[in-house]
Design a protein around this ligand. Structure first.
Ligand SMILES: Cc1ncc(COP(=O)(O)O)c(C=O)c1O
Length: 375
């Protein structure tokens, strides 16, 4: 018998594969009449822009040829949208791919990667897969205005001369919390220039907090800053896998060395460009999410549950000692949420903000379960 774990590189040996949550395909097959209420993966319940769907249809006749390896049209559209040069943009098969590759390229054995406790799980995976040492900074306390959010001072304190990369998300998944523009500017000014700071803005389009600003505004000042975005969330193209990073052109040029030549497929390129252009549809999705986020958070709070403030399309909710039982009972009723045990938050569930109908179904199922628990 071959010991494949022993054969793997040092960083991979101690890793556990990314946990995507429930096996949704199996659950869909067993779904009760009316189908599942899928609120576990922070997808958009409103679907993709009709223009994106038309763009996909238009490329179907050409799928026997390779996609544009440069992703030129999409990069030009992104460059215009963000006021950067195309050479500053790196396209990814989802932003997950890029988050992994930043560690692969810039960190290795003997290097340190800093992230926050309760930061997105991929940062730890990326660091460990690269063979680097992960240093987790403690998160803000549970009773803070941003419960379990990033503690920028703690992140700074975790930096050593060995630190190569620092990952943070704004807003963060799974906490939904965010930090403001001034706090981040002050933080970045103190990060040594040898540390690359990756700011993951997967949920940025959903934000309406007045103190928030994308880190993109600081790019020209800080060559060590990297910002990632995705088309999987507000643009509702999760099934196509398109994400991108914006950074200093020389940083992107180094990253290009490991990029697979056709990493973004033709349907993804076309759909992302069309979705980006459909600003009215994006605004509609974001507005609907903001309304439902507020309604759902209030409804959950009215049931005595603690809901973290969120600027995303999901809520982190504390269910206490009965969390696992409640979650299982929800699954039995066809309502899928994301258990948080993998984040050390076994007393919480993460709930994607659904449509009004989906949220109503979730609340009805929850009422039934909580009622039973009381009886
Ligand atoms: C914070 C954050 N970053 C990145 C991603 C990865 O998204 P994708 O690979 O679909 O672009 C996710 C997905 O859930 C996320 O929550």
């Amino acid at each position: 018998m071959i010991d494949f774990v022993a054969l793997a590189s040092v960083g991979i040996r101690g890793l556990r594969a990314y946990d995507p949550g429930h096996d949704l395909v199996a659950l869909r097959r067993m779904a009760p009449p009316g189908g599942l209420v899928e609120l576990g993966s922070n997808e958009s319940p409103y679907g993709a822009s009709p223009k994106a769907k038309q763009a996909i249809a238009a490329v179907l006749d050409g799928i026997h040829i390779y996609p544009d390896p440069l992703g030129g049209d999409l990069k030009r559209a992104l460059a215009q949208q963000h006021g950067v040069h195309t050479a500053q943009i790196l396209l990814g098969n989802g932003s997950h791919e890029l988050l992994m590759q930043f560690a692969q390229v810039f960190a290795g054995a003997g290097d340190e990667v800093v992230a926050s406790q309760y930061g997105f799980a991929v940062y730890a995976l990326a660091a460990q897969a690269a063979g680097a040492t992960l240093r987790l900074a403690p998160a803000l306390p549970k009773d803070h205005a941003m419960p379990r959010g990033h503690d920028l001072d703690a992140l700074l304190a975790a930096i050593t001369p060995h630190t190569k990369l620092l990952y943070l998300a704004n807003p963060n998944n799974p906490t939904g919390t965010w930090y403001g523009r001034e706090a981040f500017a002050a933080f970045l000014a103190q990060v040594p220039s040898h540390v690359l700071v990756v700011v993951d803005e997967a949920y940025a389009e959903f934000v309406d907090a007045p103190d928030y600003a994308s880190a993109l505004g600081l790019l020209s000042q800080y060559p060590n800053l990297i910002v990632t975005h995705t088309f999987s969330k507000a643009y509702a193209l999760a099934g196509l896998r398109v994400g991108y990073a914006i950074a200093h052109a020389e940083c992107i040029a180094v990253m290009e060395r490991v990029r697979e030549s056709f990493n973004v497929n033709a349907l993804g390129l076309a759909a992302a460009e069309a979705a980006l252009g459909d600003t009215a549809y994006l605004a509609q999705t974001v507005a609907a999410n903001a309304v439902q986020r507020q309604v759902l958070a209030s409804a959950l709070r009215a049931r005595g549950l603690t809901v973290s403030p969120s600027q995303t399309n999901f809520l982190l909710v504390e269910f206490g000692a009965r969390t696992a039982a409640i979650e299982a009972a929800l699954v039995a009723r066809g309502v899928i949420l994301r258990p948080m045990g993998g984040y050390g938050l076994g007393e919480c569930l993460r709930i994607t903000v659904g449509t009004e109908t989906e949220n109503t179904r979730l609340l009805a199922a929850l009422d039934e379960i909580l009622e039973k628990g009381r009886a």
